[in-house]
Design a binder for this molecule. Structure first.
Ligand code: PRP
Length: 212
């Protein structure tokens, strides 16, 4: 009998888009489409159990094997470097990691740069590659406020449409890396549920191909 696959989805818009890809691939779970506050949904017929996790926690569930597979932004993989397999680029949730700051007011290069971010590891690695000394200010959200209040010189954050920057008199200075959603798998699950996961990869890939 086919083994059930546990799938961690990031709660929110990206997770809904990812579920759509999986349902097009044949992994429907009608219950998840009803709006309610349940967090775990199962469909024995298609052999899947979905659950909604906080986006930054998806990789933790997968790394620890609570989920066999999960959908996570490349930003999370770069920041936390979880010990998981990265299987497919879903091509959804596209955005970029960028350095941004006050419009037309680039900070001088001779002092230590104060960098506010939710992604300290990505920021450290980027500035290390440039040989630039920085002072990291770790925040958990609404990063754009930091340069406005002169707490930081720049931010390292996700830019999608650019609207948040624009509406706060900020502008992107440099791009660091392109981001999109990835399907990841737990390493042990990949061995023990190999047939099921490989079938899933093929079906998801062909669902994505149908779209383009
Ligand atoms: C992200 C990011 C920016 C915004 C960028 O924030 O941190 O604030 O989206 O999108 P835009 O370029 O389309 O305006 P998120 O909504 O994840 O919330 P956060 O402030 O808690 O990080």
């Amino acid at each position: 009998m086919a083994k059930m696959i546990n799938i961690a989805l990031p709660k929110g818009r990206l997770g809904e888009k990812a579920y759509k890809v999986f349902s097009e691939a044949g992994y429907k779970c009608p219950e998840i489409e009803e709006s309610n506050r349940k967090l775990i949904f199962e469909n024995e017929e298609t052999g899947v159990r979905y659950f909604w996790a906080k986006p930054s926690d998806v990789a933790i569930y997968v790394e620890r094997g609570a989920a066999d597979v999960g959908i996570v932004g490349k930003d999370i993989l770069l920041e936390y470097a979880p010990d998981v397999y990265e299987l497919i680029d879903l091509g959804i949730g596209k955005c970029r990691m960028a350095v941004a700051g006050i419009k037309n007011k680039r900070p001088s290069t001779d002092s230590v740069l104060r960098v506010a971010t939710k992604f300290p590891n990505i920021a450290k690695e980027y500035y290390a590659s440039l040989g630039r000394d920085i002072d990291i200010i770790k925040l958990n959200g609404s990063i754009e406020i930091a340069p406005l209040l002169k707490m930081s010189d720049v931010i390292v954050d996700i830019v999608e449409t650019g609207t948040t920057l624009k509406e706060n008199n900020l502008e992107p200075y440099e791009s660091i890396v392109e981001i999109s959603a990835r399907m990841i798998a737990n390493k042990a699950s990949f061995k023990f549920k190999q047939t099921e996961i490989e079938t899933m990869i093929e079906k998801v890939k062909s669902a994505l191909a149908q779209r383009s």
